[in-house]
Ligand binder design. Structure first.
Ligand SMILES: Cc1ncc(COP(=O)(O)O)c(C=O)c1O
Length: 378
């Protein structure tokens, strides 16, 4: 049996939606983008959503919209795009520790790393679970810092009563491995009129209104470039996929949760592994299902055995960002700086997780894992 790490949940509805756009003649930023933005903003429970070509673009624009340069605190245990977006926005990444169990940034460590140069905090909602946002927002308010939520890996996750991406400026990814996909793509969510205006303008060359809106004013040829912007727009072909995927997001997340509960039940208590934990009062949406291995298990051997069985297990993320060559060279980061992040990076394993998994496949993952554990434990 072959079980990949992830498979997008798509059928004819997505392809029909794409064909409709192709036949319409309006392929770039247009009516499907607008529809997708309205739908997404409503789902997250904020005033605005700005559709973009990636989450990395959303993170950059969210930072730049604040108009303040300085240090931004983020976890080292994340995908490198989180830190890259800080560097490419002219700010300095300052890494903080995570909690081993939740894999998310530790609010106590955030506060320890605040200096006179700190301007913001970037919590990363790892793999489907929202960070401790009440505590993070309290720290931000106390120190006058802005917050940009990297919610690339969490679409629909809840922290108590709030949805990830609704506490501050939210940034989401629609890469194929995410809770929903448009192939490539991202979106920024906000209640702040100024952030919305900045992001909408900067995504389209710094021109202050979209092509679609411009068609409807008196002088359609007039383009007011008020900033030196980028081309970070989403096209209508992808937005049409987004519109369809949005209609399925709750169903897809519920299926992920159901599969995670099944795996938890089958794997809990096995010697050599620990299953993921869901924080009390939160809703984990399992963009990734990650376990940790005990010291006696050789992870490289374990992963090789899983792959031999056709189970696409992997690791997210090793090394942690502070040990990536660029960050070692540019910021002098070194091994030992973040022991919890480093230990997690060395012990974590991502198992296949996607909505269409069936019980036979889940059972195969479990039996393969048991065999791989036996073959890799010292
Ligand atoms: C935590 C995190 N941030 C940012 C990104 C970047 O997303 P995108 O590929 O849409 O730019 C990813 C993508 O995998 C991610 O996992």
């Amino acid at each position: 049996m072959k079980i990949p790490l992830c498979v997008p949940f798509m059928d004819n509805v997505e392809s029909d939606a794409v064909c409709e756009v192709l036949k319409s003649g309006w392929l770039a930023h247009g009516p499907r983008c607008k529809e997708f933005e309205e739908q997404f903003a409503k789902y997250i429970g904020v005033k605005y959503a700005v559709a973009l070509n990636s989450c990395t673009s959303a993170l950059q624009l969210a930072i730049m919209a604040q108009g303040r340069r300085g240090e931004i605190i983020l976890p080292s245990f994340t995908f490198v795009a989180s830190a890259n977006s800080i560097v490419t926005s002219g700010c300095k990444p300052v890494f903080a520790e995570i909690e081993y169990e939740t894999r998310n940034i530790d609010p106590i460590d955030i506060e320890k790393r605040i200096t006179k140069d700190t301007v913001g905090i970037m919590p990363v909602h790892y793999g489907g679970q929202v960070c401790r946002m009440d505590e993070i927002m309290e720290i931000a308010d106390k120190h006058g810092l802005f917050v940009v939520e990297d919610s690339a890996e969490t679409i629909g996750g809840l922290y108590n009563t709030g949805v990830g991406g609704s506490f501050a400026t939210g940034c989401f990814s629609f890469y194929p491995t995410k809770n929903m996909t448009t192939g490539e793509g991202g979106i920024l969510t906000t209640n702040d009129d100024k952030v919305k205006e900045f992001a909408s303008t900067m995504r389209g060359h710094g021109i202050s209104s979209s092509t679609w809106a411009r068609e409807r004013v008196e002088k359609p040829w007039f383009r007011a470039a008020v900033m030196a912007g980028f081309n970070y727009r989403m096209c209508d072909i992808l937005a049409a996929v987004g519109v369809v995927q949005m209609k399925k997001i709750d169903e897809m997340n519920e299926l992920r949760r159901k599969h995670a509960q099944y795996l938890n039940k089958e794997l809990e208590g096995l010697d050599g592994i620990t299953v993921p934990s869901e924080m009390l009062g939160c809703k984990h949406v399992y963009q990734m299902y990650t376990i940790t291995l005990g010291e006696a298990v050789d992870r490289t051997r374990f992963l090789a055995l899983m792959r031999e069985k056709g189970v696409g297990a992997s690791v997210h993320f090793d090394p942690p960002v502070h040990l990536q060559p660029y960050y070692v060279d540019a910021y002098g980061c070194k091994k030992g700086d973040f022991p919890v992040s480093e230990r997690l990076a060395e012990t974590i394993v991502t198992l296949p997780m996607y909505p269409a998994l069936n019980v036979e496949e889940l059972d195969y993952i479990v039996s393969s894992l048991k065999d791989a554990l036996r073959g890799s434990s010292g």
